[in-house]
Design a protein around this ligand. Structure first.
Ligand SMILES: [Zn+2]
Length: 147
């Protein structure tokens, strides 16, 4: 199966069919950034290298996006077709907190500290009819966590 079309290919790396988040790490002081930064705001070095942040995290904070976001959000939805979605800050193993869409939009199914895993969700249909995807975090499958 060809890899899915991505709205944000520079933020992801695939291991098999599993997406991982890719940020950057300062080669001098070890500070980690997501999305990747070209220089370090902590020590001002520009010696940055890619850093695989993995696919597992825990929910640190969240909200529900109840209305269609302003541009550059470009999902192609209209105020009529828009469906609310969850947005969270997800703490990765390295300690960095990543802002991400969540697959869950029901507040009763979200709790701080719950384990999450990275997945892909449909984002928009391109002009050529192909569906593009973006990353999102989903509740981790019970007992299926891995590093
Ligand atoms: Zn640094």
């Amino acid at each position: 199966m060809p890899p899915p079309l991505l709205a944000c290919p520079h933020l992801l790396r695939f291991e098999g069919d599993r997406p991982h988040l890719v940020g950057s790490e300062c080669d001098v002081c070890g500070e980690v950034y997501f999305p990747a930064a070209t220089s370090c705001t902590r020590c001002l070095s520009s010696r940055m290298k890619p850093r695989n942040l993995g696919r597992d995290g825990t929910l640190w904070s969240w909200t529900i996006q109840e209305f269609l976001p302003k541009p550059p959000y470009d999902s192609g939805e209209t105020p009529e077709t828009f469906r609310p979605y969850g947005v969270g800050y997800v703490e990765m193993a390295s300690g960095i907190k990543v802002e991400s869409r969540l697959t869950v939009a029901d507040p009763t199914q979200l709790r701080i500290g719950m384990p999450l895993e990275l997945t892909l969700v449909p984002y928009r249909v391109a002009d050529d009819g192909r569906e593009t995807h973006t990353f999102a975090f989903a509740p981790a499958a019970e007992g299926a966590r891995h590093g």
